[in-house]
Design a protein around this ligand. Structure first.
Ligand code: BDP
Length: 709
């Protein structure tokens, strides 16, 4: 049990014999072509049923007596094989019909991918011992359900915490793509249909002819699972002297030579990858080149790629993460305003196959952010939400943080556009503004580590990401419990313990990192790990707390501040404009207040800071003791691996707590009413210890040391 099988372990169920009659005896897969998703579904069903129940089913291709069989295929394939179909399920792209009523199990997709999704759904049910009779249609909420992998061609992964790339090494695509196929299988089982395989901070050498062939091999490895690939592009590739491609003197998006350069490269990619899903583009952001270099608009930049992709049916995911970081003259502006400032004036100018990919909050994957106001400001454009499965600012897989409750605060947020219900999830699905495209991009960053993303428990986030992209109304707790049953087992104490730990984990992390809307008070300059509140202010990165001796928080009001609250539709803007109607958990995001300001809870800001940091760290201690209860109830291998992580988190939560409370205690000079800050009667300070081979030194930042050393 090393984690490699993720939630597709198909572990033998006890009492399996009892269910043999409820299982089919034959599997009919209505496509015999090796590598087609329906063929894959047949194999998967055969293996799953054999592994879970020890029942050997034969797989037939094409027509076969449907009685006591499981039939998997598309609606059209079924009609062709059996002449007719008595039901007429209402299916949209990638949807499926699943019926276990009567003597035949029917798994019928709107397309082949849908049939495979239905097969995985059936297997998920029976792997959980669920033989309820069902007959229903299931359709995805949105057409785009992708992951983004920030893999570099040298094999490293930006913000990846699970080893090297499964796709690239030494500048080329790796020769053994077994892990890539396995990853596609995992993704298909949760309804993911696209993977952008390289870093948003892209490298032009991806476009070397040899690498384009390599992309073809990656696509071949993923295609049997219905997963299409996409690629990130480096905007100035035409001038990057890419070996094997023409080298231009300009990358101006409206220059004819640039237009045909991209059309040509795009044609080459489609030759190697005929079903390529599309491009992902990060332009004019964090030092990346883009159309603004030539005084062209971001829409002109996006449409350059849209036109190249259009004949092939591909889409451009154009990132809204554009801001003037490192621009000295502009860095006093509010970075939270940047996306609306850049994109709102361009609404209506993007081609139909452009999707604006928007991070969930206005800054950058922080532990708490309001929903990005951009979702409400570009009704004529397709949009997708960018979520981060890899826990960059959220503990880098060394801390347990179950993320779906955070994602749900954004997806379920009502923007009240034109005073009409406008939930973010209904905007990105395309329903609210009647757009054909839209959906989800999750930054996952899997690596060669056998746990895939660096920790066994963190895989619940990947599982839930897929499930929510399929159906954002699903309940994070029931998703989690499906995952626990499939990943570990159905022992009630296992389910209850992991559920409790997971549901307490985001609030705990928020409490000991940065509560009251103060963002993750981490090192902002580089590592994004561990406490370092002083790096938040006075840097060009613009994730500011504006903390001084008396006050804290960023004034983003229209009346006195940066005007960010005014980027929301009026019904929402009014709430955020006023302290009285801003929820406490976003108070310091929108307002600059005295440390002594009293919250709705009746406690002052600074005292709440102290209290929550102690409470959050205390909760993290319980994760360790809760996990210890599982010894012997799950396999030793994963128990021991995770035990190490929980011990680490228990310790690092204390480091977080003390660093943050020390820092603000020092800055504000206001004592903790409970007398805890700076008072550690049982602690042995590092400077009081001696250990051979070690020397004492002053730690920077001071607040991260137990007592300056
Ligand atoms: C930040 C990451 C950085 C990414 C950037 C992005 O720290 O590595 O390149 O986002 O999303 O959060 O482009």
């Amino acid at each position: 049990e090393n984690g490699l099988a993720a939630w597709l372990r198909y572990a033998p169920l006890s009492g399996a014999q009892h269910f043999h009659n409820s299982l089919p005896s034959h599997i009919v897969a209505l496509n015999s072509t090796l590598g087609s998703p329906v063929y894959t579904a047949g194999q998967e069903l055969q293996n799953g049923i054999q592994s879970i129940y020890g029942k050997q089913c034969d797989v037939h291709q094409g027509h076969w007596d449907a009685a006591s069989s499981l039939v998997v295929g598309t609606i059209d394939q079924y009609k062709k094989a059996y002449g007719s179909l008595s039901i007429n399920p209402d299916l949209t792209g990638d949807g499926y019909w699943l019926s276990t009523e009567g003597s035949t199990v029917q798994i019928l997709g709107q397309n082949e991918r849908g049939a495979l999704y239905g097969a995985f759904q059936y297997l998920s049910m029976i792997a959980q011992g669920n033989f309820t009779r069902v007959a229903y249609a299931s359709n995805p909420d949105a057409p785009i359900r992708w992951t983004n992998e920030w893999d570099n061609l040298d094999g490293s992964i930006e913000r990846g915490f699970a080893g090297n790339s499964i796709f690239f090494a030494n500048g080329v695509v790796v020769s053994n793509l077994t892990r890539v196929s396995e990853y596609a299988r995992i993704l298909a089982s949760i309804g993911i249909n696209g993977v952008v395989v390289n870093n948003v901070n892209a490298n032009a050498s991806l476009l070397r002819p040899g690498n384009i062939q390599g992309l073809g091999r990656i696509a071949d490895a993923m295609r049997p699972y219905g997963v299409q690939i996409g690629v990130s592009l480096f905007f100035s590739s035409p001038t990057s002297a890419v070996q094997g491609q023409a080298n231009l003197t300009t990358f101006d998006p409206i220059d004819e030579s640039v237009v045909s350069w991209w059309a040509n490269v795009t044609d080459q990619i489609y030759e190697a990858v005929p079903d390529m899903a599309g491009y992902l583009v990060k332009a004019n952001s964090e030092g990346q080149p883009g159309p603004l270099t030539y005084n062209r608009t971001l829409a002109q930049g996006a449409n350059l790629f849209a036109k190249a992709l259009q004949p092939h049916g591909g889409v451009v995911m154009f990132r809204a993460f554009v801001y003037n970081q490192l621009n000295e003259s502009d860095w006093k502006a509010d970075r939270a305003n940047a996306a609306v400032d850049f994109f709102k004036p361009l609404d209506g100018e993007f081609d139909d196959n452009v999707v604006i990919q928007i991070k969930y909050g206005p800054i950058d994957f922080q532990v708490r952010e309001p929903a990005s106001p951009l979702f409400a400001n570009i009704p004529q454009s397709n949009t997708a939400i960018e979520l981060q499965v890899t826990q960059e600012y959220l503990g880098q897989q060394c801390h347990l943080v179950y993320l779906p409750p955070l994602w749900k605060t954004i997806l379920d947020f009502d923007m009240r556009v034109d005073n009409e219900p406008s939930l973010v999830r209904n905007i990105v699905s395309g329903q609210r503004f009647k757009k054909a495209l839209g959906g989800y991009a999750g930054v996952v960053n899997v690596g060669t580590n056998e746990t895939w993303i660096g920790s066994h428990l963190a895989m619940s986030n990947l599982y839930a990401y897929g499930r929510l992209a399929w159906d954002p109304t699903s309940d994070p707790t029931s998703i989690l419990q499906d995952w626990i049953r499939l990943t570990f087992n159905a022992d009630p104490s296992v389910i209850n313990t992991i559920t409790q730990m997971s549901l307490e984990s985001w609030p705990a992390y928020e409490n000991y990192s940065g509560n009251l809307g103060e963002q993750t008070l981490t090192d902002i300059l580089y590592t994004h790990f561990g406490p370092n509140p002083q790096t938040q202010d006075n840097t060009a990165w613009g994730q500011w707390t504006r903390a001084d001796h008396n006050m804290i928080g960023m004034d983003r009001t229209v009346s006195n501040g940066t005007g960010n609250s005014g980027q929301y539709p009026p019904a929402v803007a009014t709430d955020y404009e006023n302290i009285a109607t801003t929820p406490d958990n976003l108070l310091l995001w929108f307002h600059h207040v005295n440390y002594t300001t009293v919250l709705k809870s009746g406690v002052s800001v600074i005292q709440d800071f102290y209290n929550q940091h102690y409470a959050g760290a205390a909760t993290a201690q319980t994760f360790l003791s809760q996990w210890q209860l599982l010894q012997g109830k799950i396999d030793d291998e994963r128990f021991t691996d995770q035990l190490y992580r929980q011990s680490y988190q228990a310790g690092h939560a204390l480091v977080w707590r003390d660093a943050i409370v020390n820092f603000y205690h020092n800055l504000s000079g206001i004592a903790d009413k409970e007398g805890r800050v700076g008072n550690h009667p049982y602690r042995i300070e590092a400077e009081d210890m001696e250990l051979e081979g070690y020397v004492k030194y002053a730690v920077s930042p001071f607040e991260a040391a137990s007592n300056a050393m």
